[in-house]
Design a binder for this molecule. Structure first.
Ligand code: AMP
Ligand code: FES
Ligand code: ZN
Ligand code: ZN
Length: 320
C-alpha cells in the first residue's frame, strides 16, 4: 500500500480516514490532529505554560513530545502511585523520555510520590476508604494535578486522554444517562474557582494511532495496563467500541464528535438557564489545604485523614 501523500511505502492505515501513511506523513498526520484539537477547542496558545501529566504510557508521552515539537512550553508531571512493580517501571519510561527528549528541548519533569510525600499508596487508600483502587487513585491524581499546576504557575494541565478513552467514558455516561457527568466531559475545562484549566489535546487520535506514533518516533513506553484496572467497565466499553469500529470504521469518532457537536450545545443552554445555585455548588477553600472544595475539608484531605486512621473507622464515604 502507498502513502496517501507521497506515494512511498505505507507503514500504517488509518481506516476512519480511509488513508495509508508512510512514517514521515503519519507523524505529520498526528501533529495535525493535535493542532486541530488545540485550535478547534481553543485549548491554549504558545504564550501559555503547560503542565503535561505523564504516566509513562503511550498517550501522555506522545502528547508531551508532540507539544514540544509544535513549539509549546510544556513541562511534565509524574505521580508515583506506589503500585507494585508497575509504578517503578512507569517511572523508568518517563525518566528515559526526559533524558532523550524533554531535557534536550529545555523542558523539566516535576515528580510527586504518594508514599514518600503523603505516606500512602493507591492500595492503602482503597483499603482505608472503601473506594475502588481506580477511584482512590483518580481522586489523588486530580488533586495533585491541580496543586502542581497552581503552585508552579502553569496555565493549563494537559492529559493524554485519547479518542478511545473519551468514547468509552461517553459510552458509560450514556448507558446510565448521567447528564451531569456529560456536562463535565469536555476537551477543555476552563480555569476558575481556584482550579486550573484542563485540556485533552489527544482527542482526535485513537489509541492505535498514539501507539503507532510512539513506535515511529522511537518513544519507548509502558505497554502494560495498570494491574488495578483489570476487568473494570471502562476497559469493557473500549472492547465493545472496538468491535463496532471493526465493522464500521469511524463509528467511534462519529459517536464522540457527534456528542461534542450535537449534545454539548444543548447541555450548555440548559446550564445557562439554571439558577446560579443549581449550576454549581458553592466552592470555598478546604479548611486544611486551601484547595477549592464544596465541603469544609476537601476529599483529598479526607482521604489523608482516613489512611492515617485505624482500619476499624472505615465506612463513611468520601465524595465531592
Ligand atoms: P488514565 O486515567 O490512567 O487513563 O490516564 C489518563 C491520563 O492521566 C494519562 O494520559 C496521563 O495524562 C494522566 N496520568 C495517568 N497516570 C498518571 C501518573 N501516574 N502521573 C501523571 N499523570 C498521569
Ligand atoms: Fe490508578 Fe491504576 S493507574 S489505579
Ligand atoms: Zn508519505
Ligand atoms: Zn484539602
Amino acid at each position: 500500500m502507498k502513502c496517501r501523500v507521497c506515494r512511498g511505502a505505507a507503514v500504517i492505515d488509518v481506516r476512519r480516514h480511509n488513508a495509508y501513511f508512510c512514517g514521515e506523513h503519519f507523524v505529520r498526520h498526528c501533529h495535525r490532529q493535535v493542532e486541530r484539537a488545540i485550535s478547534d477547542h481553543k485549548m491554549f496558545t504558545t504564550d501559555d505554560r503547560l503542565l503535561v501529566a505523564v504516566s509513562g504510557g503511550k498517550d501522555s508521552l506522545a502528547l508531551w513530545e508532540i507539544l514540544l515539537k509544535l513549539g509549546y512550553e510544556a513541562d511534565g508531571l509524574f505521580i508515583g502511585l506506589g503500585i507494585d512493580g508497575y509504578s517503578t517501571d512507569s517511572a523508568g519510561y518517563v525518566e528515559r523520555f526526559v533524558e532523550k527528549v524533554a531535557t534536550p528541548a529545555g523542558a523539566t519533569l516535576l515528580r510527586v510520590d504518594l508514599q514518600s510525600d503523603f505516606g500512602y499508596d493507591v492500595e492503602q487508600a482503597a483499603a482505608s476508604t472503601g473506594r475502588a483502587p481506580c477511584s482512590a487513585c483518580g481522586l489523588s491524581k486530580r488533586h495533585l494535578f491541580n496543586t502542581a499546576a497552581l503552585d508552579g504557575g502553569y496555565d493549563a494541565v494537559a492529559t493524554g486522554h485519547n479518542l478511545d478513552d473519551e468514547a468509552a467514558v461517553l459510552f458509560g455516561n450514556t448507558l446510565r444517562w448521567q447528564t451531569d457527568f456529560m456536562r463535565r466531559q469536555r476537551p477543555v475545562l476552563p480555569e476558575g474557582n481556584g482550579f486550573p484549566r484542563k485540556v485533552k489535546p489527544m482527542i482526535r487520535l485513537s489509541e492505535r494511532e498514539s501507539a503507532a506514533y510512539c513506535v515511529v518516533s522511537g518513544i519507548d513506553y509502558q505497554v502494560d495496563e495498570c494491574p488495578m484496572s483489570a476487568g473494570n467497565s471502562h476497559i469493557r466499553y473500549k472492547e465493545m467500541l472496538n468491535m463496532l469500529e471493526e465493522s464500521s470504521p469511524g463509528a467511534k469518532a462519529e459517536f464522540y464528535n457527534g456528542f461534542l457537536r450535537n449534545l454539548t450545545p444543548i447541555l450548555d443552554a440548559e446550564t445557562s438557564a439554571m439558577s446560579d445555585d443549581a449550576q454549581a455548588p458553592a466552592i470555598g477553600p478546604c479548611g486544611r489545604c486551601g484547595s477549592p472544595t464544596d465541603n469544609e475539608v476537601c476529599s483529598f484531605c479526607r482521604l489523608l485523614q482516613r489512611v492515617a486512621q485505624p482500619a476499624s473507622n472505615v465506612g463513611d464515604s468520601i465524595s465531592g
